[in-house]
Design a protein around this ligand. Structure first.
Ligand code: C2E
Ligand code: CA
Ligand code: CA
Length: 560
């Protein structure tokens, strides 16, 4: 409201509260060239006028001695009203004794009667209006609009000004994050998600209060809190979760808390916040733990991860990434037949040794490096398809993995088509595996891009099916050519009746969609037998072969 006035440079309105006509006239005369003037003859009228023009009055000039309701009483009433107490008051007085009392009641300044120095009066009014407006602007960015917590910048600023704790006492930083917030937003709607953030913020505000702390909302669903050291973070967690449950008992929402104990001046606070966040990220999607403490092993792990990220580009140039192949066998007939292979990347690091993709793919997915690596793997795989065709006369389709990030590239289809064309292989021989969770994250965009890829002739396999959150409705809309069932289904198939029934159900879904069901992670004879029995079409797993390098794969090509 006041910010508005400032931006538009509109004339401000001043309310004169004065019972003596002469004084009213005099003040009006002084003010009217610069301000719009409203008049009240006592406290009662002043309150009425303020309420009748909410947000409009920029300043009240208040006489103290008045009939009906005097200035003191007016100030008391104003202090109790949240809207009114924001309007600044200058007291008009000739009585110095009243000054202290009115100051305590929230008046900001005084103008002495009689009014013989118009320029000074105008200057004072202007200065106060500006001051109040500036403060309002600061408050607007100081506080996060939704939750009322500090914004990130102000949090760091206030923490910096915090005096050091007494007697070597420790301080902690905690990071609080909502697990799968994007999904919560989609599933339960923005209203619930906003309420959730406010509930967390309220809880943290209370914790901050108890522990002489400062808190902020640092990102959409990320909060930081700097506070005196405490041990009972499980209780803090329980308290926050109770607030979440109070919103909606059924909602499947989890928070995560990462704690760094012993914040020092040695590093910038930022570093400790990142550390607490890193701790908190180690339990992403983990339903058994809500609180995790940062420790040195985590630090080691971070250093290791940083190293991987730093080395990635040169590793591509030095061809340290090797593409391994794992066969997929069609088990519908008498004898298993080689159906395709999946290209899986490995990093043979000159100093760190053999690194599995689980260690670096998620890292590269986080910072976008994955697009470059995927491109490299796709090229290798396409060249391999061509090589087998040329040397051994076999056309074996090979599937490659696409990450969610790859779909941000508007040229994805063109790039893939170029790779296929450069290697002179049929489009359908380069199969694209897209993980189910990628679909659920940006459904419309995914549907469109995947549709275009299929139009161009690519075959699409939905990877890790059953691990994500796709609804049945989504599944029916999804243009796919095969369903790859997540490994966890196999784990239970031989041990429990429900496990078996689950696989049956998923295979029925594939049938309903008219696509083959591929089961991953079949390791032994028993699992293989069950899979065959349940009607699964294609199998990929250690039972047939682990992923191996291209040369070791060649003997399997005779099974085609
Ligand atoms: P994924 O796409 O689900 O690949 C299947 C994973 O299951 C592979 O792990 C494979 O070695 C493993 N696997 C296959 N059969 C069995 C079995 O019988 N038992 C067990 N326990 N595991 C089995 P890997 O090679 O470690 O790859 C892990 C993940 O890394 C892949 O999961 C995929 O999501 C990702 N990845 C691998 N290569 C690439 C790539 O070039 N690009 C992208 N974006 N992701 C890749
Ligand atoms: Ca895959
Ligand atoms: Ca998979």
């Amino acid at each position: 409201m006041n910010t508005d006035a400032l931006i538009r440079n509109k004339r401000h309105t001043v309310l004169i509260v004065e019972d003596e006509a002469v004084n009213r006239e005099l003040l009006s005369l002084i003010l009217r060239d610069t301000y719009d003037v409203l008049i009240a003859r006592d406290g009662v009228e002043a309150l009425e006028t303020l309420r009748a023009h909410p947000g409009r009055i920029a300043m009240v000039l208040l006489d103290i001695l008045m009939p009906r309701m005097d200035g003191i009483e007016f100030l008391k009433r104003r202090a109790m009203d949240e809207a009114l107490c924001r309007v600044p008051v200058i007291v008009l007085t000739s009585d110095r004794d009243a000054e202290l009392q009115t100051l305590k009641l929230g008046a900001l300044d005084f103008i002495a009667k009689p009014f013989d120095m118009p320029q000074i009066i105008l200057a004072r009014i202007q200065r106060i209006i500006e001051f109040v407006e500036d403060r309002q602007i600061i408050q607007d960015i100081e506080r996060d609009e939704l939750t009322g917590l500090y914004t990130r910048g102000f949090f760091f600023e206030y923490c910096r000004r915090l005096p050091a704790p007494k007697d070597g006492a420790k301080r902690d930083v905690i990071a609080v994050d909502v697990d799968h917030f994007r999904l919560v937003n989609e599933v339960y709607g923005k209203g619930f998600a906003d309420g959730l953030l406010c509930a967390v913020a309220d809880g943290l505000y209370e914790v901050a209060h108890e522990g002489f702390g400062i808190g902020c909302r640092a990102d959409v669903d990320l909060f930081y809190l700097l506070l005196d050291h405490r041990e009972d973070y499980e209780a803090v967690y329980a308290g926050l979760m109770a607030r979440v449950h109070a919103l909606n008992r059924q909602a499947n929402v989890r928070l995560r808390i990462g704690v760094y104990t012993g914040v020092e001046d040695a590093r910038p606070l930022d570093w400790y916040c990142v550390a607490a966040k890193a701790a908190c990220d180690t339990i992403r999607g983990n339903y058994t733990r809500g609180v995790v403490l940062y420790d040195d092993s985590l630090h080691e792990k971070e250093l290791y991860n940083e190293r991987l990220i730093a080395d990635m580009e040169s590793a591509i140039a030095d061809r340290q990434f090797a593409v391994y192949y794992q066969p997929k066998y069609d088990i519908r007939g008498e004898k298993p037949k080689l159906y395709a292979a999946e290209a899986l990347v490995r990093w043979i690091h000159p100093e760190l040794g053999f690194i599995s993709p689980g260690a670096f793919i998620p890292l590269f997915e986080e910072n976008g490096l994955i697009a470059k690596l995927d491109d490299y793997v796709w090229r290798q795989a396409a060249a391999q398809i061509r090589d087998w065709k040329d040397r051994l006369g076999v056309s074996l389709p090979v599937s490659v993995n696409l990450s969610r990030m790859d779909f941000y590239d508007p040229l994805l289809k063109d790039r893939l088509l170029a790779i296929v064309a450069e290697n002179g292989i049929p489009v359908e021989n380069l199969i694209l595996e897209v993980t189910e969770s990628a679909y659920s994250q940006n459904m419309d965009q995914m549907l469109k891009t995947v549709g275009e890829l299929r139009q161009a002739g690519f075959h699409i396999e939905m990877d890790d099916f059953g691990s994500g959150y796709s609804s049945l409705n989504m599944l029916c809309l999804m243009p796919i050519d095969a369903l790859k069932i997540d490994m966890k289904f196999v784990r239970n198939v031989a041990t429990s009746a429900t496990g078996y029934r689950m696989v049956e159900l998923v295979i029925e879904m594939a049938r309903a969609l008219g696509v083959p069901a591929i089961v991953e992670g079949v390791e032994d004879e028993e699992q293989y037998r069950r899979m065959k029995q349940v009607g699964c079409d294609i199998i990929q797993g250690y039972y047939f072969s682990r992923p191996v390098d291209a040369a070791s794969f060649e003997p399997m090509l005779k099974d085609i």
